[in-house]
Design a protein around this ligand. Structure first.
Ligand code: AMP
Length: 176
């Protein structure tokens, strides 16, 4: 069944000036609370990459975990977390990044992906693409191949797609 993107949009709450002035924050908690809509989003993302021979789904802390883990299960593959600096207990690779409202540092366990593994990166929102491109670099450092990026919402006006350099991107709802 086709995803009802109007319903998905209606379940996303715009929070003006959060976490700082000038940012319109896309709050997906009403969407997550709607079992049918949440399940439809997970199915749509997983199905979009069903033919991509994905070996692992990488999710980005924190809201990305909520979306990425069920996508991994639906694809029948394992889940790998990328976390903010200092949270992962084992040896890590680290990348700095910028996002719509600040900068940060992301880490992945050094042994989380094997060389040659095909990786799908999943997050809730694609904004400037800084986060997704840092995760792509982390996965590349471990020798894996990022075959796509999936997200529920894409803020097209922030140009994230251009920053991801030809990577296959599937967003369920795109704000121009
Ligand atoms: P970016 O690196 O700029 O593409 O930002 C993407 C990351 O920041 C995602 O993990 C989002 O959860 C979060 N993010 C950035 N901008 C927004 C926004 N306007 N609303 C909700 N989340 C956002």
């Amino acid at each position: 069944m086709a995803l009802d993107t109007d319903l998905v949009s209606a379940l996303v709450r715009d929070v003006v000036d959060f976490p700082e002035e000038g940012v319109v924050f896309k709050d997906i908690t009403p969407l997550l609370a709607d079992e049918a809509a949440f399940a439809a989003c997970v199915a749509a993302l997983a199905d979009a990459f069903a033919g991509a021979a994905v070996d692992k789904v990488v999710g980005i802390e924190a809201r990305g975990f909520i979306v990425a883990a069920p996508v991994a299960l639906r694809l029948g593959v394992g889940f790998v977390p990328v976390r903010k600096a200092g949270k992962l207990p084992w040896q890590v690779e680290r990348e700095s990044y910028t996002l719509e409202y600040g900068t940060g540092c992301l880490e992945i366990h050094s042994d989380a992906l094997a060389a040659g593994e095909r990786v799908l990166v999943v997050d809730d929102v694609l904004a400037t693409g800084g986060t997704a491109s840092a995760v792509t670099r982390l996965a590349g450092r471990l020798g894996s191949e990022v075959v796509g990026f999936g997200c529920i919402l894409e803020l097209g006006f922030l140009g994230g797609r251009a920053r991801l350099d030809g990577l296959r991107i599937e967003s369920l709802v795109r704000y121009p």
